[in-house]
Design a protein around this ligand. Structure first.
Ligand code: ZN
Ligand code: ZN
Length: 330
């Protein structure tokens, strides 16, 4: 079968590999659509999170169960599923409560074990969630990033008069914008340097879009979601907050970032990290999509056949910022 393999920074290749065998207690899934995530770009550029090479990349997928191993009863052939790609110890105090995202040993498929940028994946049934058969599998592939954004919105603790600023109109920033639209929020402003991304943000309901951070204190907001993961934007995000405001960090950094914490103290800001999602967030994301409460179609900018995955990565790492969520179709 075809798979996209990571060999080292900037070194990825579509290759023919053995189709995985479905052992007892495991499930073989035919991948229908797999999304390229910001963290896949961190892997591609820097080799972050990868424990051994080569590894088949990818952790966001929707597909169809084709075979179940002996003893598997939770899913059956023909079921439409999405994956919970978190790989955790399963026994620490956080894993036992379903908070695998806080597991000290947390990793993801596609980084610490074979991922989903492949025609098939073998996975444990506990790591699959069944989705309704009438949910478009393209949208189902967005359950995972939608769960990330749902987790962010929970951390933000929005209410009807909370003004929200979103830094970065990539998939996570835009999904956060969509979810802020169904949560009570008192106006959402999106900042990004790309005019095409800001156009999408406007279409998705942003009250205001800006190509640079505002400097007036009257423009300050209660909550800033930092979804760019860029060093320079973090300080601007802190300055953008009202006294007593809340900063949610949702973008991962490729380098260490310095911050003047006196500003955090002076304004009594709360700073919270948001790491992936818990199992309840994944279930909520499925529910939001299958009930049509949120429409994420506008986030999908491209669908590439898996054999053209290398071109998809070139597009996503180019200066052309029109690409948002790019799906691979094996
Ligand atoms: Zn992801
Ligand atoms: Zn654990």
């Amino acid at each position: 079968m075809l798979a996209l393999r990571f060999y080292g920074p900037g070194d990825i290749m579509i290759q023919n590999v053995e189709k995985p065998v479905c052992a007892p207690g495991e499930v073989l899934v035919k991948v229908a659509y797999a999304g390229i995530c910001g963290s896949d770009l961190h892997v591609y550029r820097k080799g972050m999170f990868v424990t051994s090479t080569p590894v088949t990349m990818g952790h966001e997928f929707a597909g169809v169960v084709v075979e179940v191993g002996e003893g598997v009863a939770a899913v059956s052939p023909g079921d439409h599923v999405i994956g919970d790609p978190r790989v955790s110890c399963g026994s620490c105090q956080w894993c036992r409560r379903g908070l695998d995202n806080l597991c000290p040993d947390l990793g993801f498929i596609g980084e610490v074990s074979p991922g989903c940028f492949a025609e098939y994946i073998v996975i444990s049934p506990e790591k699959l969630l069944v989705v309704p058969p009438d949910l478009d599998l393209r949208l189902a592939a967005l359950v995972e990033p939608l769960a990330v954004a749902w987790h962010v919105v929970q951390k933000a603790g929005l209410s009807a008069n909370t003004s929200v600023g979103i830094v970065g109109a990539g998939p996570i920033g835009l999904l956060t914008l969509i979810l802020a639209g169904i949560a009570p929020a008192g106006g959402v402003t999106v900042v990004d340097i790309s005019s095409s991304r800001l156009d999408v943000a406007r279409k998705l309901g942003a009250d205001r879009v800006l190509s640079a951070f505002p400097h007036q204190s009257s423009d300050q907001v209660d909550v800033v979601v930092e979804a760019a993961g860029v060093k320079d934007t973090l300080w601007a995000a802190v300055k953008w907050l009202k006294p007593g405001g809340r900063l949610i960090l949702a973008g991962l950094y490729e380098q260490k970032v310095e911050l003047d914490f006196n500003e955090v103290i002076a304004k009594e800001l709360s700073v919270a990290g948001s790491n992936a999602y818990d199992i309840a967030d994944l279930r909520t994301a499925i529910e939001l999509l299958s009930s049509n409460r949120v429409n994420v179609t506008g986030i999908i900018s491209h669908v590439f056949p898996l054999r053209e995955a290398e071109q998809a990565f070139s597009l996503l790492t180019s200066r052309d910022k029109r690409a948002l969520k790019v799906l691979l179709a094996p």
